[in-house]
Each structure stands twice: as structure tokens, then as C-alpha cells.
Design a protein around this ligand. Structure first.
Ligand code: LIP
Length: 268
């Protein structure tokens, strides 16, 4: 099977996520001039999302025409039939915080090869943070190595909790009650990718969401794996295209988190 130049994809991804972050930041700094459209309850987007994704998509297509692409705003582009590699992109994860002039949003780029996420890039320019991960080579925050926090039980820290109108409140509230009954406590920032990165660098002990899209989470899941954490098998059952429930966290608390959303660990 032809070898794959992951080094070249790592180098471009590293440069591209920062460049896309600068473009998104330029829109963030002039929010009043943007045309903000609703995509559904609590789900907004503007030209910042689309134009940032187009920048990423076009640069990747020029460099790696053999790779496929999946973006939240422009959908799926199959470069060549049976492409082994696919780029999965959320140009602005945390669109509600973004349009609300809050700092917890990011650009998320993942590269998946033969069904396994190999590279993850998350730029959060309003927080001046850049997360990068390469399978087998660790994860970094602004160039410094990161690791998940060793947590033995749910009471040892905060759990990131994702929620969207994709899940009926009647299904969500029992999950919340169970977490609290176990002595856990939650935080929700509106960006699943950034909260997952907060798990990778030890700020949160874990993250759960009952339904999330691939572009929201794959890059940050690579961060957590490379930082010593455990993640659920998100790509099982066609998760790339259909989305999935998700759990991720420190190894000791992962089983408890996984049982809250009914997922199994990714077999590495
Ligand atoms: C967000 C996700 C988050 C979810 C939010 C929202 P977006 O993505 O990252 O996990 O809970 O409701 O869907 O829409 O900001 O790109």
C-alpha cells in the first residue's frame, strides 16, 4: 500500500490552523459587521464560519488533492474514490460563544487515515492557545507537552458537558442528575472541541455529550489520546457521517463517564 506523507500533512496542518485562526479572529474583532444566520435553536453561523472553512478546504485540496474533506459548512468532498485519508474540519467550534463575543471558540482540523485519527489541530486565538497532537508523538499546548489529569473518581474535578438541541431535554436531564448524584460537577462552554482540549491539558477530568458531530470533536479526541487519556470509539457505527455519543477523560474515570452516555472505549 502506498506510504502516506504524514510529516507533510502535520506541517501544513500546523501552519494552516493558525492561519485560519487569524482569519476567524479578524471576523471576531468586527462582529457588528457580520451577517449572523440561525441554523436552528441556539445554533448560529456567519460568513466567518463559511469563509474560514473555504480557506482551509482550498489550501488542503491544493496540497493533498488525493485526500477527502468533510466540513461543517461545506459538507463532504471526495477527492478520489476510496480516498484513504480525510480531513475533518469545524471552522468555528463554539459558534454561539463566537457570535456572543465570548472567547471560548476555536478552529478544529483533524486528519483521519484508514479510519484512525492521526493528527489534531485546534487553534483558540481569543485565548491565545494552540493545541497540536500527532498519534504516537504526544500533544502540546503552545508548544509545551500536555497530559490529562490523574483523577480517580468523579469528585476529583469538573466534567465538560456538551449539549445541543439535537438531544431532547427529557433525555439530557436524567444524565445531569446522575452525574450530580455521583458527586460530579459540570461545566459547559459551548465548544466541545475546546472543552475536550481542556481535558487533554488537565483542566477538566472528562467530557461527555449524548450527540456530537465528527467535526466538533475528532481533532480534540486526538489531543486526549496523545495526552494519555481514554476516548470512546466515536467512529464506530458510522460516526464520521452520522455523529455519535461521546465520552473522554482520565483513564480511571473514563468507565464512569462512558456508562453515563452508553459508549465503549476506543480499542488502541
Ligand atoms: C458545538 C459543539 C458542542 C455542542 C454545541 C455546538 P458548533 O458546535 O462543539 O459540543 O454541545 O451545542 O454544537 O455548533 O459551535 O460548531
Amino acid at each position: 500500500m502506498a506510504s502516506f506523507d504524514l510529516d507533510a500533512r502535520f506541517d501544513l496542518g500546523t501552519r494552516l490552523v493558525s492561519e485560519a485562526g487569524e482569519l476567524a479572529m479578524s471576523y471576531f474583532q468586527r462582529l457588528g459587521s457580520l451577517t449572523i444566520k440561525s441554523k436552528g435553536p441556539q445554533d448560529m453561523a456567519s460568513e466567518a464560519d463559511l469563509n474560514t472553512e473555504i480557506l482551509i478546504r482550498d489550501r488542503l485540496a491544493a496540497a493533498f488533492p488525493e485526500d477527502a474533506f468533510l466540513g461543517e459548512e461545506t459538507g463532504r468532498t471526495d477527492a478520489v474514490a476510496g480516498a484513504r485519508g480525510i480531513w475533518v474540519v469545524d471552522p468555528i467550534d463554539g459558534t454561539q460563544p463566537f457570535v456572543s463575543n465570548m472567547h471560548n471558540w476555536c478552529v478544529s482540523i483533524a486528519f483521519v487515515l484508514d479510519g484512525r485519527t492521526e493528527l489534531g489541530f485546534v487553534a483558540a486565538p481569543a485565548r491565545r492557545e494552540l493545541f497540536i497532537a500527532r498519534r504516537g508523538h504526544g500533544a502540546t499546548l503552545n508548544g509545551a507537552p500536555i497530559a490529562v489529569r490523574p483523577a480517580a473518581r468523579m469528585t476529583d474535578g469538573l466534567v465538560g458537558l456538551g449539549y445541543s438541541s439535537r438531544t431532547p431535554p427529557g433525555e439530557f436531564l436524567p444524565l445531569l442528575a446522575t452525574l450530580l448524584d455521583q458527586g460530579g460537577m459540570f461545566v459547559r462552554s459551548g465548544s466541545g472541541a475546546l472543552m475536550l482540549c481542556d481535558v487533554a491539558c488537565g483542566r477538566l477530568i472528562g467530557y461527555i455529550e449524548q450527540y456530537i458531530n465528527s467535526w466538533d470533536c475528532l481533532a480534540a479526541l486526538a489531543m486526549i489520546e496523545a495526552a494519555g487519556g481514554v476516548v470512546s470509539d466515536f467512529l464506530a457505527n458510522d460516526g464520521m457521517w452520522r455523529g455519535h455519543a461521546l465520552a473522554a477523560g482520565a483513564p480511571e474515570v473514563f468507565p464512569g463517564l462512558a456508562s453515563l452516555v452508553g459508549v465503549a472505549p476506543l480499542k488502541v
